[in-house]
Ligand binder design. Structure first.
Ligand code: ZN
Length: 457
């Protein structure tokens, strides 16, 4: 689905094959699971299992909080949606795209339409994603070498190296008859036994997954000395955000040049800088309403607000409302399209990824404030600092120490205390998220004005 050279018919075929074969099989077991989990939850004094899921995050009024946070991000999503729709219209025409309506999800370059980075090549900008992928491939590096590069980033900030058992037992690429390919970082709770299990490929996505999973492992290692009951993240959203905060440091022109993935002449090129942020915007911003939706749907299911006979209709109604996307064709109740997302049959909550989207930017911004150029203005007279998008945390022991100190406390502290120790504030804020993507917002705004693009659906 990432291949935008395919025709809409071919993309629809692929989308249908996956959703038709996976979703329906999940529907009955999903509702059975909801009932059983609710029985267990109620026996333990909860209203339903959704309440159990939300409790783990320890965020008061989580449902209202995430809605409020999303309302702050939504204008940015709507701008991105509007420009992408306009570009898709140019590519596919009015047959496929209604310039004022929702976007058919199979045209978004990802099976679930949650990551739009494959659409970089329809935006009429230098395709930095293809460039980076080509560079990564041309190096002929093994997955193990890429893991070493990720390790080097963490070590440069003073984090410990991966353990002997990590190198002995981890799986980095698909070998033989491997059927489980979902990226995982495992803590075996046994004397340095931390493992990474990914079916990585030498491309940008593989590089991201390695950094993400290594963030989990550095967290495991940091709290290994805590008593067993505190050997956990302060909450799952925090756990998810560490590797991604580091990855924002990897995606700077400076670090990509350090890895020989960016040519020297592009190091101070403003366009390259913008496209790197645009690429991350395409990956991360559509994920926000998607993550919100996946759990809002399941919280409703746990409250028995999703009748079996309307399960798919409600899913697509919510998709239209929150994401402005529709299925390639009408889907009836024979299908259960939410079931075609791994985390649904796997029974894994998803709102942590929404919260991680916000937390990772907050953590990244404060790590930046500990770096040399984050502490000192680049222009003293004007008191001008390096913009957040250019912040280079590689090699900053001070930033690393600040983060490690908090990670080493594991779940012995509340997440808001952990956040305060890193950022000096206890509340979730979208400010760093919006600051980071500000150049993209401006770029989208200009495009919208120039082409008189309709916003919303
Ligand atoms: Zn993760």
């Amino acid at each position: 689905m990432r291949n935008t050279n395919l025709t809409p018919t071919q993309l629809k075929w692929i989308w249908n094959i996956w959703h038709d074969s996976v979703g329906p099989k999940v529907k009955v077991p999903f509702f059975k699971m909801v009932d059983l989990m609710n029985v267990a939850a109620r026996r333990n004094g909860y209203r339903d299992a959704g309440e159990v899921w939300r409790e783990e995050l320890e965020i008061q009024n989580l449902e209202e909080t995430v809605e409020r946070l999303y309302s702050e991000i939504e204008p940015l999503y709507k701008y991105l949606h509007a420009v992408v729709r306009h570009k898709l219209h140019k590519k596919y025409g009015s047959d496929q795209i209604d310039l004022k309506g929702p976007i058919p999800t199979h045209l978004l370059g990802n099976m679930w339409g949650q990551d739009w980075s494959s659409l970089m090549n329809i935006l009429n900008v230098d395709n930095i994603k293809d460039e980076l992928n080509d560079k990564i491939k041309s190096r002929n590096a093994t997955m193990e070498q890429m893991v070493l590069e990720a390790e080097d980033f963490y070590v440069s900030m003073g984090f410990p190296k991966m353990t002997e058992k990590f190198w002995k037992y981890s799986v980095f690429e698909k070998k033989g008859n491997v059927t489980f390919c979902h990226g995982t970082a495992a803590n075996l709770f046994s004397d340095g036994d931390f493992r990474m299990h990914v079916c990585g490929e030498p491309n940008l996505y593989g590089f991201y997954v390695i950094h993400h999973e290594m963030g989990h492992i550095e967290y495991y290692m940091a709290y290994e000395k805590q008593p067993p009951m505190f050997q956990d993240g302060t909450n799952t959203a925090f756990h998810e955000s560490i590797g991604d905060a580091i990855m924002h440091g990897v995606m700077t022109p400076q670090h990509l040049q350090r890895l020989s993935l960016l040519d020297d002449e592009k190091l101070f090129n403003n366009d390259t800088e913008l496209y790197l942020i645009l690429l991350q915007a395409l990956e991360k911003i559509p994920e926000m309403p998607f993550a919100l939706l996946i759990d809002k749907y399941r919280w409703k299911a746990f409250r028995n607000e999703i009748p079996f006979q309307q399960a798919n209709k409600i899913y697509w109604d919510m998709n239209k409302r929150y994401r402005g996307v529709v299925p390639p064709e009408k889907r009836d109740e024979r299908f259960f399209d939410i079931g075609a997302k791994f985390h649904v049959p796997d029974g894994t909550p998803y709102i942590r990824y929404f919260l991680s989207g916000i937390l990772q930017m907050d953590i990244f911004k404060s790590l930046c404030s500990y770096t040399l150029l984050g502490r000192n203005p680049i222009n003293k007279l004007e008191n001008r600092f390096l913009p957040l998008q250019r912040c280079d945390i590689y090699g900053s022991k001070r930033a690393g120490e600040q983060l490690r100190r908090v990670l080493s406390l594991g779940s012995s502290i509340h997440w808001s205390t952990a956040l305060e120790l890193i950022t000096d504030h206890r509340q979730l804020t979208t400010q760093p998220f919006l600051e980071y993507y500000q150049p993209v917002f401006k770029w989208l705004e200009e495009y919208i004005q120039q082409h008189n693009v309709h916003i919303g659906w």
